[in-house]
Design a protein around this ligand. Structure first.
Ligand SMILES: [Mg+2]
Length: 267
């Protein structure tokens, strides 16, 4: 008899405990999310927090052109740069540039003579070579022109959607669109194919490096080409590029829009 009383009491207690836990789930210990210890040391002898701070400071110096020249991304920032490019932040930054550029493009009054120009760079401005750089450490490796040209020849770079939006907008507004790229003249065919299959349908000029331009710094080559535009009577009102060498030098645009690129630096 005693055994049955003990059994009854045990089940009663279990039932009370169970219902208490079920209906008072707020009493469960908090937090239920396991936090990754940010103070844990990385292979570089710094905490994850510290590395995050240092790498975002490095990226700011890159984008503001305070750090120049530079050859490769810092070894300890490899994961940081990869996460930035593959996550939402890069796209957010690209969209921000495009939005501001569209705002400006809509605000200017164009002349009647169809001489107002918007200049676009191509790589990492209109077309993204992320698949290529993903295979080459996102800037961890020193730039290999031969390998990159093989990628360009495939005409598989993807459109930067926010830039396509700006592109279509400036065309609609009546700007002349001049594409000014560091790619070589012999890559014209694949470049045209890649632009068209990415949705960039119309442009007024596509300027590539001719034989005499090889060996020139990008900043010099692009300045010379802009000088020619100005000599032809064009007014450069907007310029979009991912490198400062797309934007600085002579005959600079009234407004320049710098797209993010923490992967490489072209002087
Ligand atoms: Mg570029």
């Amino acid at each position: 008899m005693n055994f049955f009383i003990i059994l009854f009491l045990f089940f009663s207690l279990f039932s009370i405990t169970f219902s208490h836990e079920t209906f008072n789930s707020h009493l469960l210990p908090r937090p239920l999310i396991i936090e990754f210890p940010q103070t844990i040391e990385t292979q570089f002898g710094k905490s994850i927090d510290e590395l995050q701070l240092e790498c975002s400071s490095w990226r700011f110096a890159v984008e503001s052109n305070n750090l120049s020249p530079w050859k490769t991304i810092p070894h300890e920032c490899a994961d940081y740069v990869k996460d930035y490019l593959m996550g939402r932040a890069y796209r957010f930054d690209l969209e921000r540039v495009s939005k501001e550029a569209i705002k400006y493009a809509k605000s200017v009054e164009l002349g009647e003579d169809a001489k107002d120009v918007w200049v676009f760079d191509i790589d990492e401005t209109l077309l993204s070579n992320l698949p290529y750089y993903a295979d080459h450490g996102f800037g961890l490796e020193v730039f290999d022109g031969v390998e990159f040209d093989k990628w360009v020849d495939k005409a598989m770079a993807s459109p930067i959607e926010s830039s396509l939006k700006l592109y279509e907008e400036v065309l609609k507004l009546g700007f002349k669109v001049f594409l000014l790229t560091g790619r070589s003249e012999h890559q014209r065919g694949v470049t045209v194919a890649n632009l068209i299959n990415s949705g960039f349908q119309d442009w007024d000029k596509l300027i590539l490096r001719a034989t005499e331009d090889h060996g020139k710094l990008a900043a010099t080559y692009k300045s010379e080409k802009r000088n020619e535009m100005v000599e032809e009577g064009y007014r450069i009102l907007g310029n979009s590029g991912d490198q400062w060498s797309d934007l600085l030098g002579s005959s600079v645009s009234i407004r320049s829009f710098k797209l993010p690129n923490p992967m490489y630096y072209i002087p």
